[in-house]
Design a protein around this ligand. Structure first.
Ligand SMILES: N[C@@H](CCC(=O)N[C@@H](CS)C(=O)NCC(=O)O)C(=O)O
Length: 216
């Protein structure tokens, strides 16, 4: 099994962490987005969108959350991705929320800084991120993890996005439930590796000549 991966990318880290949680051996092919390695003719044959992560398990699979659910399904892992329809629906709901209501906003904040040299997060994107974090904070009022009291794929996916937000804004503001959940996730294999991958965002902002105001 091969994973085309970039440590700085949340979706890519989510897939890697899923592989670590499932103890699946993987051959990692690192793709450097800033050097345009995702735009070479060879890579575009693998994924015409020029995006990572991509899993090659004898067939090509793109979209991190589809890869994660495929991997958990293939190993019949009931904890990470329960087969009970209601429990699974909650995990899926969180995964879709991460894709369309959380990751999408931090991507909109960071992508122009990395690839176009802009130096600020627009007020609109900041507001969307704050609202998304508020929603997540509310879920954690009643439970330890995003789909109940056990960690699932939902936590892995949201963790990869949240660490990116944390490193961009220098913390998680006053979201105390989220902060506690973030620490609680350290029971998951691959947690430290996920944090190391996200360090590059922290280093980018440490070296930058501009500052991003914290989220309050
Ligand atoms: N929905 C996709 C998003 C993947 C994605 O946005 N990957 C980014 C890195 S975080 C990428 O490869 N960007 C390069 C590009 O679009 O040119 C997933 O979850 O796998």
């Amino acid at each position: 099994m091969k994973l085309y991966h970039t440590p700085g990318s949340p979706p890519s880290r989510s897939v890697l962490m899923t592989l670590r949680c499932l103890e699946i051996d993987v051959e990692i092919h690192e793709i450097d987005l800033r050097k345009g390695e995702n735009r070479t003719a060879d890579f575009l044959k693998i994924n015409p969108l020029g995006q990572i992560p991509v899993l090659d398990d004898g067939f090509i699979l793109t979209e991190s959350r589809a890869i994660m659910t495929y991997l958990a399904n293939s190993r019949k892992n009931e904890k990470l991705y329960p087969s009970d329809p209601r429990k699974r629906a909650i995990v899926d709901s969180r995964l879709y929320f991460d894709a369309t209501g959380l990751f999408v906003h931090i991507f909109a904040a960071l992508s122009p800084m990395f690839f176009k040299g802009t130096t600020e997060v627009t007020p609109e994107v900041r507001e969307k991120l704050k609202n998304a974090l508020k929603y997540l904070e509310g879920i954690l009022e009643k439970q330890k993890f995003f789909a109940g009291d056990e960690a699932t794929l939902a936590d892995i996916s949201i963790l990869s996005t949240v660490v990116q937000i944390k490193n961009t804004f220098g913390g998680l503001g006053n979201f105390s439930n989220l902060k506690a959940w973030f620490e609680r996730c350290n029971i998951l294999p691959g947690y430290d590796e996920n944090l190391v991958g996200a360090q590059m965002i922290k280093e980018f902002f440490e070296k930058a000549t501009f500052k991003i105001a914290p989220l309050e």
